[in-house]
Write a new protein. Structure first.
Length: 196
């Protein structure tokens, strides 16, 4: 029973934070949303920051494990398609992580690509590294810079739909559209057409 209570609190907190942000999540609102008394909620988590940090750490770990379990692909292009679908299929977790980064950005050291830590776009960095090594991709900027831009583009569509999920047809259309656009850019097709 205790594990289920704790999981219920965590799941509700993740959803409330993803939907409403830091200001929209309080221990009282969480208690009301779950039907679990405020004293029991505080028994498991001393405050909102402790709860969010625990959720952030576990969510990032789970996303990494899910990403690592994606099927091996023969090309970077196929990997990219999988990663776009992965982002759409894990919208709640990704929105939670993005909002956590945004609210707690002062906890992260600025790097040449901005404030998001490189782990936030490692899933795309892996694809680009594979594409550069295989000769599929020709990048104009560093892998990290390109990966961050691509991850933001994918996440923009994800945020557009959230909290709703795209229908299966919308999902496939989104994946195809984003995939095609990114491929044209990383293969140099866009640059070549502009220069012609």
């Amino acid at each position: 029973m205790a594990i289920n209570t704790k999981m219920t609190i965590e799941e509700a907190a993740k959803e409330l934070f993803a939907l409403r942000g830091y200001q929209g999540l309080s221990m009282r609102r969480l208690s009301e949303a779950t039907g679990i008394s405020l004293s029991v909620t505080y028994h498991y988590f001393k405050d909102k920051e402790t709860l969010l940090k625990k959720l952030f750490d576990s969510t990032v770990k789970q996303l990494g494990q899910k990403r690592a379990a994606l099927p091996e692909r023969n090309s970077a292009s196929e990997m990219l398609r999988d990663r776009i679908g992965f982002q759409l299929d894990n919208a709640l977790d990704i929105v939670f992580v993005l909002k956590y980064y945004m609210h707690f950005r002062d906890n992260y050291q600025k790097n040449p690509e901005g404030y998001l830590p490189k782990t936030a776009y490692i899933h795309i960095t892996e694809v680009l590294n594979r594409g550069v090594v295989s000769g599929e991709f020709r990048l104009e900027q560093t892998v990290d810079t390109e990966a961050k831009v691509i991850a933001h583009a994918i996440n923009g569509f994800l945020l557009e739909y959230f909290p709703a999920s795209p229908t299966p047809d919308e999902r496939e259309a989104l994946i195809s559209s984003i995939h095609g656009f990114v491929l044209r850019a990383v293969r140099g097709d866009v640059l070549q057409k502009v220069n012609d």
